[in-house]
Design a protein around this ligand. Sequence first.
Ligand code: PLP
Length: 402
Amino acid sequence: MTKFETVPDARGHFGPYGGMFVPETLMTALQQLEAEYAEARRDPAFREELRDLLANFVGRPTPLYFAERLTERLGGAKIYLKREDLLHTGAHKINNAIGQILLARRMGKTRVIAETGAGQHGVATATVAARFGFECVIYMGAVDMERQALNVARMRFLGAQVVPVTAGQATLKEAVNEAMRDWVTNVRSTHYILGTAYGAHPYPMMVRDFHRVIGDEARRQILQREERLPDLLTACVGGGSNAIGLFYAFLNDENVRMVGVEAGGRGISRGEHAARFQGGRLGVLQGARTWLLADEDGQVEGTHSVSAGLDYAAVGPEHCWLRDLGRAEYDFATDDEALDAFRTLAEVEGIIPALESSHAIAHVIKVAPAMRPDQIIIANLSGRGDKDVNQAAKILLGVDAE
Ligand SMILES: *Cc1c(COP(=O)(O)O)cnc(C)c1O
């Protein structure tokens, strides 16, 4: 076995990153979750039910689509898009939500809670809660509720209670705090469906495992179509779940380069972005030791991104470790570059991407022209842009689409 499959260790460490930094009251819940997950992943009935739901409810496998006109336009490498945007509810988030609701049911819980930024994870959680008859509460920053009003309405139609969080910056970090507070109080009845490859062990590992289907499929699909592996994988990185989901199956393929793309916001100066690997430092936030945006005293800094789903001060611990090893690299795209990519993909391929995913497309637009036509890029199209149309229309067209 190679080193990539040996992490995390039993306490959730990816090298110096990860771990379990939670209040004592949550240790029991995390240990129960870890034990239940270890059992479930070996249980053929669990695996079969998950497989069936992924195929018939979620909509897997997703296509690996050759973006022919974008390839021609950029005049370099062949560009393929992994179409997670075509999944039920419109983003990759549901791969994880469906796995965790099955675990919640195994543990005898009756209520699920979640945090959400762009609202995609809230929608995915509300969806699986409705499908399995769970009570559902979603915590969401008041600022995010405003910029993602469509998703708030979807969650409500799905029967979830959406709780606005007004503390601090009123975005994702504060929503996670509220969800953790709820979990501490209601831990007997409640499972916390954390939405990214972040937090205390076992979440970063478990969420990665539920998303690795993205890369498993993509690897099979590209081998079938091109009879060789890609030269470059790229994906946007918020907490890091869609990126690790794509990367994981390729970690042992030495010649496959991997680039995660963080949110460069209005540029790399304090408070104007959410690119943790540009000016971040080692610290502890919301359960994990990781790379984050904080000042000299460890005080977490404000962040900004045009995409709510990337607007978070910390990054998943496995990405820090892959970066230290030199196995994955991390770049950023600014708001303007992401908005340009949003427009380009819509006009050239007939696909409106999520603003999060537009960061990965922006990276493709930057690097593809300098690559050879016999080289291959796979970009993860983590979600579709319906939820962003109103916001993008205001910025790009100066009109209100509502
Ligand atoms: C939530 C979200 C992201 C960011 O989360 P990761 O855990 O980094 O994948 C990216 N794209 C879309 C469409 C999202 O909804």
